[in-house]
Design a protein around this ligand. Structure first.
Ligand SMILES: [Zn+2]
Length: 481
């Protein structure tokens, strides 16, 4: 039987506010454990939470950027459960009345656009962190760090609209780009400030009803999300084909074994005994404030992509890649400012630059080649100082050393030979050492011309200007020598 997966994603993103969601403790990452805490975020009796206005503003920004409706009335609720990293015994979240609802994001896969619905976006506080002892002396202890407790999060819940692991990855990349463009979250999955849980079920193709779903956790990179989903689809198909039933449960992605393993039976919302937090007033969001925030929104990935296509006349696919992160788009536009040939810049970035970055698993802001250096090199090609062929070597050297191209070319002696006398001497050498080929060419075997060009280029170590080589070679081979 042919099955199709039905996937919905729940993403938690940390907001880049300077203080926590309900107190003034700092959110700086990596400080000494338990130095950024106070009675509020550690749940001491008598302490009272106060909402961080900036965090609400950031969440509204995200709601607007994902085409959601901002609800005029939302409510913080207590989600009750026990865990050592949750000192209050409940997490302040939103339940019946989230901040934003009914939005969508568009993903593009090789030109095909698809809309993924966003059911809701709500705000909540982060929990602390457990650190388990690592040395033989500390192995029997676990430590708890409350610095992260109370850091603001947004949870973005997608509709069950995703139909493949690839689409899940695309959706996450688009969502992360939006967060980064808004400058409200770093979106760094490895550091844990962008986390994703996935709900997944399978059903026979053509069937309307959903199958029983499992929830996947513990996926720390985009690749892991895709791999975990691929595994889980196969597992669920296997279970059904064996005549068994998929059980509703939470499963963990085991990175080392590349499998999902059962963690616990899935709890239902009513298990958490949600109720409105009596210490916090409902959030009434003024429409004027929302409009003010809307007017201040920056250019978002989809808008930038459209602008790149019309303004720079580059293909949609190039524009999609070049706007995939804000840093990439800035890099591109900085290059163009210095070397205003958008298509040339795009080609070099799409081919050479991205290949190197991909190989080293680097992001563009860790690229050793600066926009200034790339633009300088493109100028050198244009002015004829180096050939396009040599430029590839120059580029590799720039990437390897971070040096200026001018310096590399000078040091390596890679300046293009334009001097006709010098090229003429190289041609003479080649003609002199291939009398048979010269004869054949003169008898009419014209396709040998390419062979001569290649030999002359070799003789000049790739530095001769190809146009000049062609011109001079034609003259000499015609037999006027
Ligand atoms: Zn605090």
């Amino acid at each position: 039987m042919d099955y199709e997966p039905v996937i919905g994603l729940e993403v938690h993103a940390q907001l880049l506010t300077r203080s926590k969601l309900f107190c003034s403790c700092s959110t700086t990452f990596g400080e000494e454990p338990n130095t950024q805490t106070c009675p509020v975020c550690t749940g001491q009796p008598g302490s009272l939470p106060v909402v961080n206005r900036k965090a609400v503003e950031f969440a509204i920004k995200l709601g607007l950027a994902t085409h959601c409706r901002i609800t005029p009335y939302s409510l913080f609720a207590r989600k009750n459960y026990f865990y050592p990293d949750l000192p209050k015994g409940y997490q302040i979240s939103m339940y019946e009345y989230p901040l934003a609802v009914e939005g969508f994001l568009e993903i593009i896969n090789r030109g095909e656009k698809k809309r993924i619905n966003i059911i809701r976006i709500h705000m909540e506080e982060d929990a602390g962190k457990l650190k388990h002892g690592e040395t033989p002396e500390t192995a029997s202890f676990s430590y708890v760090d409350f610095n992260r407790t109370g850091v603001p999060l947004v949870e973005i819940v997608s509709g069950p609209d995703i139909r493949s692991p690839q689409e899940a990855g695309d959706y996450l990349r688009v969502l992360r780009a939006v967060l980064q463009y808004l400058e409200i979250s770093t979106g760094n999955m490895e550091e844990g400030n962008f986390r994703c849980d996935a709900n997944i079920s399978i059903r026979p193709k053509g069937q309307k009803e959903f199958g029983t779903r499992t929830e996947l956790k513990n996926m720390n990179s985009f690749r892991h999300v895709e791999k975990a989903l691929e595994y889980e689809i196969k597992r669920q198909i296997f279970v059904r084909e064996e005549g068994e039933k998929v059980i509703q449960e939470t499963r963990l992605w085991d990175v080392d074994q590349s499998i999902t393993v059962s963690m616990r039976g899935k709890e239902e919302a009513h298990d958490y005994r949600y109720f409105p937090d009596p210490d916090l007033v409902p959030l009434k969001i003024d429409e004027k404030w929302v409009e003010e925030i809307r007017r201040g929104l920056p250019e978002l990935p989809a808008e930038k992509r459209a602008r790149f296509v019309t303004q720079y006349q580059i293909p949609e696919y190039d524009a999609e890649i070049l706007t995939s992160t804000k840093a990439m788009a800035n890099y591109y536009e900085e290059c163009i400012r210095l070397f205003p040939e958008p298509k040339t810049v795009s080609n070099w970035m799409m081919v050479e630059l991205l290949r190197e970055l991909k190989r080293d698993e680097r992001e563009i802001d860790q690229c050793p080649v600066t926009p200034q250096h790339l633009a300088e090199m493109l100028k050198m090609i244009k002015e004829g100082t180096i050939s396009g062929k040599i430029a590839k070597d120059v580029f590799e050297e720039m990437y390897r050393t971070g040096e200026r191209p001018v310096r590399i070319v000078k040091e390596k002696g890679w300046i293009q030979i334009l001097d006709e006398a010098e090229i003429g001497r190289a041609i003479q050498t080649i003609i002199g050492s291939h009398p048979k080929e010269v004869d054949d060419y003169r008898q009419g075997k014209e396709r040998l011309f390419g062979f001569f060009v290649g030999e002359v280029m070799k003789e000049t170590k790739g530095k001769a200007n190809p146009k000049k080589v062609n011109e001079l070679l034609k003259k000499k081979l015609k037999g006027d020598s």
